[in-house]
Design a protein around this ligand. Structure first.
Ligand SMILES: *[C@@H]1O[C@H](CO)[C@@H](O)[C@H](O)[C@H]1NC(C)=O
Ligand SMILES: *[C@@H]1O[C@H](CO)[C@@H](O)[C@H](O)[C@H]1NC(C)=O
Ligand SMILES: *[C@@H]1O[C@H](CO)[C@@H](O)[C@H](O)[C@H]1NC(C)=O
Ligand SMILES: *[C@@H]1O[C@H](CO)[C@@H](O)[C@H](O)[C@H]1NC(C)=O
Ligand SMILES: *[C@@H]1O[C@H](CO)[C@@H](O)[C@H](O)[C@H]1NC(C)=O
Ligand SMILES: *[C@@H]1O[C@H](CO)[C@@H](O)[C@H](O)[C@H]1NC(C)=O
Ligand SMILES: *[C@@H]1O[C@H](CO)[C@@H](O)[C@H](O)[C@H]1NC(C)=O
Ligand SMILES: *[C@@H]1O[C@H](CO)[C@@H](O)[C@H](O)[C@H]1NC(C)=O
Length: 484
């Protein structure tokens, strides 16, 4: 006769079964985590396992805890009715006399650069820097050039893009002072510039607006790969793990290397890429992960460079791992490309700004990586003051190329002009161009857009943006941060 197993034994079996079940489910979770952790999502979701939406595309910005002093107290009001209008501020700053015509800072520039006169050009120095031993674009070259403001713009385009509001509901035209030398020389007196406030969410009915970040808050190459998987799919070659590139005019461009594909040649809307200047049809813009990819020659050159680097990595990996399919090659090349970008950001760019990051203390799921409104709307716009009017284009002996340098105002949102001699002369130019000093003044092109492009005035928009986002006055913010 079979003895029934003692209760204790049953309990033990039950416990073992339960343990096994837990272990199995843990293994399942672990597998999921491994799968999850293997590659970043395109839209940033799930980066933080506890708060998967943190830092994802299309989520609201965050705000540091700041006092309500200085905020608009209604959702429909621009901040601070006691403040002068943006154009008044712009004109006042422009009229200020500065000791130097244009000063340059060395602190935030490459060690290789020295002050080189009004245009930042010193022929001898350029020849030293660009000896034939530095003939092409290498990652090392990149590390050097990324110490300039262009690096700031590049990383900004990876971190935040504020969603525009409804052109009717959120219109907030900027008044032009009567007699404005550029916009109202005839003294008409009631002119305005069109401006649309940001789209927003309202955390609470009586609370302030919180704008929305359209892209991922991480340094994750979203400006190369997009923040939306449909865009990524359109940009992928779907073979060999590569991204799509184009040689637009075989006879002319082949020597310039591969370029970003034309918008008209990929499966994205003709209006996907920003076209602020409307100088070329939407389909003639270059397709990039970030909608601002065509804004100026340096940005376009860097967008292109990182796509080339992705494809170089994919080729290298394919040679090493013949059994990897397109998806595996794409994700691995993307992973390494992102790692390079992060390396450049944390070990080159941030130290070049004079910032020492605290040591990494391990993962902390409570840290919200979303971009702060003050950072995106005010602080990180410091770089607009460093932009220079002339984009240098030099050959590998440091001389101006036959096609010449470019005026920022000509090349603005004009890829045909920006790429007319390829990206290499622009990248070489960046390494010899000393960036402008950070000061309350802007280059002519940035300040006025003198050259027949009404509607494009980044500086004014920067000032105006402080209002729409209900930004606390800077003085209050500095108090909060104990900077004053
Ligand atoms: C908003 O601010 C104005 C001026 O500071 C004040 O008079 C008004 O009472 C405030 N409204 C609310 C709802 O707090
Ligand atoms: C802007 O400047 C004009 C004169 O240039 C002045 O009349 C006007 O009051 C100013 N407006 C604001 C809001 O600062
Ligand atoms: C924009 O706002 C206007 C006015 O409030 C409204 O009629 C229109 O439907 C809105 N458009 C969109 C696309 O939301
Ligand atoms: C501006 O003023 C002129 C003449 O004073 C008038 O004809 C015009 O309608 C005004 N425009 C606006 C937008 O108020
Ligand atoms: C919304 O209001 C509630 C209740 O007053 C408050 O607890 C919460 O912190 C507010 N949320 C935000 C995002 O301001
Ligand atoms: C284009 O993209 C859309 C999604 O954005 C997709 O539904 C469609 O199948 C794509 N078309 C082609 C030809 O790949
Ligand atoms: C391509 O470039 C060559 C050399 O600049 C030029 O002669 C030719 O017309 C171009 N072709 C097209 C289709 O633009
Ligand atoms: C994790 O981050 C939160 C939010 O910044 C902070 O309050 C907490 O002290 C951090 N924990 C550790 C262990 O560093």
């Amino acid at each position: 006769m079979c003895r029934s197993p003692p209760i204790a034994q049953l309990r033990q079996i039950a416990l073992m079964a339960a343990t096994l079940a837990i272990l199995l489910s843990l293994t399942a979770i672990a597998q999921q985590l491994t799968q999850h952790a293997k590659y970043r999502s395109i839209d940033g979701w799930g980066n933080n396992l506890v708060h998967p939406e943190w830092g994802a595309a299309n989520t609201p910005f965050v705000r540091l805890q700041v006092p309500t002093v200085g905020y608009s107290n209604t959702t429909s009001q621009l901040t601070g009715s006691d403040r002068p209008t943006p154009r008044n501020i712009s004109l006042a700053l422009m009229a200020t006399n500065y000791p130097d015509k244009r000063r340059y800072t060395e602190a935030a520039t490459s060690d290789m650069l020295t002050y080189a006169g009004e245009d930042g050009i010193d022929e001898t120095r350029i020849c030293e820097l660009l000896s034939p031993s530095v003939p092409t674009i290498s990652m090392l070259f990149l590390l050097v050039l990324l110490r300039t403001i262009v690096a700031g713009q590049f990383f900004d385009h990876d971190l935040d893009k504020t969603k525009d509001g409804n052109g009717t509901r959120d219109a907030a035209p900027i008044p032009i002072p009567k007699g404005d030398p550029f916009y109202d020389p005839k003294g008409v007196g009631n002119l305005t510039m069109p401006f649309t406030r940001s789209a927003y969410v309202q955390p609470n009915v009586s609370s302030y607006r919180v704008p929305i970040n359209l892209i991922t808050a991480f340094i994750d190459g979203s400006l190369v790969y997009g923040s939306d998987v449909r865009v990524t799919d359109a940009l992928r070659a779907h073979t060999g793990g590569k991204l799509r590139v184009a040689v637009v005019n075989e006879s002319k461009d082949a020597a310039m290397g591969s370029m970003l594909p034309l918008v008209g040649s990929v499966n994205i809307s003709a209006t996907y890429m920003a076209n602020d200047a409307n100088r070329v049809p939407g389909g003639a813009l270059r397709a990039a992960g970030d909608v601002r990819g065509n804004v100026d020659p340096p940005v376009l050159a860097l967008q292109t460079l990182w796509v080339r680097e992705h494809n170089r990595l994919a080729s290298e990996l394919a040679a090493q791992q013949p059994d990897w399919d397109d998806e595996k090659l794409f994700q691995e090349a993307r992973k390494w490309n992102i790692a390079y970008m992060q390396r450049v950001c944390f070990y080159e760019y941030i130290p070049a700004l004079g910032i020492t990051l605290p040591l990494y203390r391990g993962y902390n799921a409570s840290v919200d990586p979303s971009i702060d409104v003050f950072f995106s709307t005010v602080a990180y716009r410091y770089g607009h003051s460093e932009v220079t009017d002339i984009i240098l284009r030099v050959d590998d002996e440091g001389n101006e190329i036959p096609e010449g340098h470019l005026l920022l105002s000509q090349a603005y949102f004009n890829p045909t002009v920006s790429l007319s001699a390829g990206i290499e002369p622009v990248l070489r130019g960046l390494t010899v161009r000393v960036q402008g000093f950070v000061e309350p003044r802007f280059s002519q092109a940035v300040q006025n857009f003198l050259f027949g492009l009404p509607g494009v005035r980044p500086f004014l928009i920067s000032i105006r943006r402080e209002g729409p986002s209900s930004i606390v006055k800077q003085s209050n913010f500095f108090e909060v941060l104990r900077l004053s």
